[in-house]
Design a protein around this ligand. Structure first.
Ligand code: HEC
Ligand code: HEC
Length: 160
């Protein structure tokens, strides 16, 4: 067999082998943690309903570290969206109304502006409450997790 012919034969054999093997490789059965095929386009996650009822009817959720923004134990879906002018969260949690509404007051840190000046109401940088405070859903853990916070901030018991 002359040399160029031998090379052509090897190339043809390699191409045939690849043609047979490639589909098998493409059908890699590896699954993502959510159970989807890794080659499939990302699916939109299932929408879960937030937990919690009307504010004033449930206990606070214990915090796991001292600077954790406490999570929201109550429903939030019935409230108006936070806009530039409106913030319904402050109609219960604001320093001027919280006592009357029997609600926890916004964090003291929220009453200080960037220059350290004390304010009478929430600093503008705290206006978007849901940026830090999150409502809860009952979602199973993707990965077993043994995390235990070492600081549990005592939660105030709200009057009924
Ligand atoms: C109608 C009054 C009311 C409104 C409006 C309201 N809350 Fe609350 N919130 C409460 C009360 C009362 C509690 C105490 C727990 C309970 O009973 O649900 C609470 C608890 C919380 C807590 C837990 C505090 C802690 O120390 O653990 C957070 C955080 C919170 N609310 C954030 C929000 C945010 C953000 C909004 C706006 C999207 C909001 N709340 C709107 C009354 C209200
Ligand atoms: C930049 C993040 C951030 C934003 C925005 C924010 N918070 Fe907080 N919030 C925190 C953190 C962190 C804490 C806990 C430590 C502290 O008080 O600073 C807290 C504490 C609280 C508490 C519990 C206070 C207590 O005495 O234990 C309430 C209630 C609360 N925030 C409500 C609100 C509301 C209502 C808004 C919107 C007006 C808001 N927060 C905006 C981070 C934030």
């Amino acid at each position: 067999m002359n040399k160029p012919l031998k090379m052509t034969l090897i190339t043809v054999l390699a191409a045939t082998a690849w043609a047979l093997l490639a589909p098998a490789l493409a059908a890699d059965p590896t699954k993502s943690m959510r159970g989807a095929d890794v080659n499939a386009a990302d699916a939109v996650a299932e929408t879960k309903a937030y937990l919690g009822k009307r504010p004033g009817t449930q206990p606070l959720v214990a915090r796991t570290f001292s600077t954790q923004p406490p999570v929201i134990p109550h429903a939030v879906e019935n409230f108006d969206e936070i806009t530039l002018e409106e913030n319904q969260c402050l109609s219960c949690h604001g320093p001027d109304v919280y006592k009357k509404k029997n609600s926890p007051m916004i964090g003291k840190s929220h009453l200080i502006d960037r220059d350290g000046k004390k304010l009478k109401t929430a600093s503008a940088s705290r206006h978007d409450c849901l940026q830090c405070h999150v409502a809860q859903v009952d979602a199973p853990l993707l990965v077993e997790n043994a995390f235990k916070g070492d600081i549990v901030v005592p939660t105030k018991k709200m009057k009924k």
